[in-house]
Design a protein around this ligand. Structure first.
Ligand SMILES: O=C(O)CCC(=O)C(=O)O
Ligand SMILES: [Fe+2]
Length: 364
């Protein structure tokens, strides 16, 4: 039954508990933003105030030629400054990018019952989770987003447990991206003094997840967010966005005159967006930036994004690299076990880069 849009409990039950998602709510004929989705003024995204991030995408095919070192420097600089960059000629076939976006639209277009079987707590497999918002039970205002999250353990389990409608393209996306992710990570780690053959590199991308996000049209995007301010918790994220736009990244305050600024990562044909996660920031003792980012909703067309998150093994101990601590004379983060970081990250609503405070050494 369609909910009463005025009543936040009724919305919560319909969207979150019963698994109809934001999509189900919009499909049932919504014309204004329900109170449960109204963001406080400071979280709303002022589209007019943000400029586009004009940095051209990095052409990764140049890594195979005489310009290798220049391109490597571009990658390192991007990770040290914004923490976000776009890449082209990345080795993921462009037809696959199109088919990922189509598949995401088809999947979220399925009947709610088909998706809701993968809700947290009822999913037949721990590898697949369908949900909405980020941590709805903890959020003051819900995020305007539904998602499906696929954990990768090995091909056989992916083929057995991932939903059949998305399994093959998601697996192909993962297969064809991981070579690029490894290459980018080798470059970033080599700049920190770690050799490409060092087992640390594989350990950093031990676990992988493919996420499909669906942002239904919103009657009034000025009041909502698709995703609230956050940084990604892992190592590197690969992000495929469609042509709609709405991904904003924060440039940190540079000085007292230059305040923080939000820039939009513009949709770029055939490109993938790469961003640095918290683990790389910790490991590099703060050299690489896990940028704070967020997503605006739109009123014209639903948006999809398809991501690959790479993270170390949950049992892995993480700390800044000792040679960097020695060089810097100070460790900015304490050592921790990843699973503790994850429990804190996934147990709280998005709140910018607050997740990193969990391991930050005060006054360092
Ligand atoms: O949809 C997007 O462009 C970004 C989504 C995102 O930041 C995330 O899922 O962590
Ligand atoms: Fe993110």
């Amino acid at each position: 039954m369609a909910p009463s849009f005025e009543d936040s409990n009724s919305i919560y039950n319909f969207v979150v508990r019963e698994g109809n998602g934001v999509k189900g709510m919009v499909d049932s004929g919504l014309s204004t933003v329900p109170a449960a989705y109204m963001q406080p003024p400071r979280e709303r995204i002022d589209k007019e105030a943000a400029r586009k991030h004009e940095q051209p995408p990095i052409d990764l095919s140049r890594l195979d030629g005489p310009e290798h070192d220049e391109v490597a420097i571009e990658i390192v600089r991007a990770a040290e400054t914004l923490g976000f960059f776009q890449v082209i000629n990345h080795g993921v076939p462009v037809e696959l990018l199109e088919s990922l976006k189509d598949t995401a639209h088809k999947f979220f277009g399925l009947a709610p019952e088909r998706k809701a079987v993968y809700r947290s707590g009822v999913s037949p497999t721990p590898l697949v989770k369908y949900g909405t918002s980020f941590v709805p039970e903890k959020e003051k205002a819900l995020e305007w987003k539904d998602y499906i999250s696929l954990q990768y353990v090995n091909d056989a389990e992916a083929l057995e447990y991932w939903p059949i409608e998305i399994r093959d393209v998601a697996l192909e996306y993962l297969r064809s991206s991981m070579k690029m992710v490894r290459k980018l990570l080798e470059i970033l780690m080599e700049n920190l003094g770690i050799k490409p053959e060092d087992p640390k590199i594989d350990a950093l991308i031990n676990k992988k997840m493919v996420n499909m996000n669906f942002y239904p049209t919103c009657p009034d995007p000025d009041f909502t967010v698709g995703v609230g301010r956050h940084s990604d918790m892992g190592t590197l994220t690969v992000l495929l966005q469609d042509g709609i736009g709405g991904l904003y990244v924060k440039i940190e305050e540079m000085s007292s005159e230059i305040k923080e600024e939000w820039v939009e990562i513009p949709p770029t044909p055939n490109a993938l967006v790469i961003n640095v996660g918290d683990m790389l920031q910790v490991l590099s003792n703060g050299r690489y930036k896990s940028a704070e980012h967020r997503v605006r909703t739109t009123s014209t067309k639903s948006r999809v994004s398809i991501l690959i998150f790479t993270i170390p093994k949950p049992t892995e101990k993480i700390a800044p690299l000792p040679q960097l601590v020695e060089k810097d004379g100070v460790a900015h983060y304490r050592e921790f076990v990843l699973v503790d970081y994850m429990n804190n990250f996934f147990g709280n609503a998005h709140d910018g880069k607050k997740s990193l405070d969990f391991v930050k050494i005060a006054d360092s």
